[in-house]
Design a protein around this ligand. Structure first.
Ligand code: NAD
Length: 296
């Protein structure tokens, strides 16, 4: 049994923590939101009053937080966690953040004798609940090998993308592609249904044809085509537009740095920004279909 401190129990972190408990690990959790802490306690976690106190006795620290500035401030800010961790502790950050931020925190950890792996995830909330996430890791091989058995309690596919920050680079490439195919799927479904087609029938046709993709397979953006997806729940839960917009901003930074043209990624970034400014930041990213529906 491993003693784990888990920080950040939102849409993803909550079910990930629950799966670690199911696998028999001893978890102490912390989140700014008391309600999600209470949910974790109900499935067997210990709660702490602060991130620092969650560390007591832990060999592993896992963070699942909204963005890079929060992750940096948690670990390296004033009274940051790196000042409270023993040298034998492994930090696993599963938040999606800039590769440079991940490297910055990893360097700061290393300077204090602490190992860190960036391990962002793909798969969405359904995979977080089912324990079938994909983990995309960056860091030293030895640290990746230490993290792997822990990650296996929450995921099905565990990859080592390369050195520190490489997990975040791969994750951002993936999420840019996700945004593009979600928007494309929403455009096709909106156009087809405006021509009188049934959204479910059109989805089945495209799934068996060359337009098949993950959004169609497991995350259909059209309401009531699929059960248990955000589009069938008024676009609540899932992966917020705010977070997709953040990821597309990270993609644009990566593109500038690597001088890579991303015309579709940039268009997707603009569309999600617009959707966010229309007050949809807290809705699931598949709600981009609603923006198309509003425009005739
Ligand atoms: P979320 O907003 O639902 O959860 C974030 C949690 O962090 C919240 O409970 C919040 O209270 C907590 N938090 C914020 N600041 C904190 C702090 N300083 N100390 C302690 N707790 C703090 O977000 P989410 O959907 O769970 O996403 C988390 C990360 O995973 C993000 O980086 C996101 O980009 C990434 N991600 C999300 C999905 C998805 O489908 N939702 C999929 C893959 C990756």
């Amino acid at each position: 049994m491993t003693k784990i401190a888990f920080i950040g129990l939102g849409n993803m972190g909550g079910p990930m923590a629950a799966n670690l408990i199911k696998a028999g690990h001893d978890l102490t959790v912390y989140d700014l939101n008391k309600e999600v802490v209470q949910k974790a306690v109900e499935v067997g976690a210990n709660s702490a009053n602060s991130a620092v106190s969650a560390l007591e006795g832990a060999n592993i620290v896992i963070s699942m937080l909204p963005n890079g500035s929060i992750v940096k401030s948690l670990f390296t800010g004033k009274n940051g966690l790196i000042n409270h961790l023993g040298e034998d502790v492994l930090v696993i950050d599963s938040s999606t953040i800039a590769a440079d931020d991940a490297r910055f925190v990893a360097q700061a950890c290393k300077a204090n004798g602490i190992s860190m792996v960036d391990a962002p995830v793909s798969g969405g909330t359904a995979a977080a609940i089912a324990g079938t996430l994909t983990f995309i890791c960056g860091g030293e091989s030895e640290d990746y090998e230490k993290a792997k058995p822990i990650l296996e309690a929450m995921g099905k596919n565990i990859f080592h993308a390369g050195s520190s920050g490489a997990g975040q680079v791969a994750k951002i490439c993936n999420n840019m592609l996700l945004a593009v195919h979600m928007i494309g799927t929403a455009e096709a479904l909106n156009m087809g249904t405006r021509q009188g087609l049934d959204a479910g029938v059109l989805s089945e046709i495209m799934k068996a044809s060359s337009g098949n993709n993950w959004s169609l397979q497991v995350y259909n953006p059209f309401p009531d085509v699929m059960p248990n997806v955000p589009s069938s729940n008024n676009y609540n839960g899932g992966f917020m537009v705010n977070l997709m917009s953040k990821d597309l901003g990270l993609a644009q930074e990566l593109a500038s740095k690597s001088k890579s043209p991303i015309p579709l990624g940039s268009a997707a970034a603009q569309l999600y920004e617009l959707h966010k400014y229309n007050g949809k930041g807290d809705k699931d990213f598949s709600s981009i279909l609603e923006m198309l529906k509003e425009n005739t």
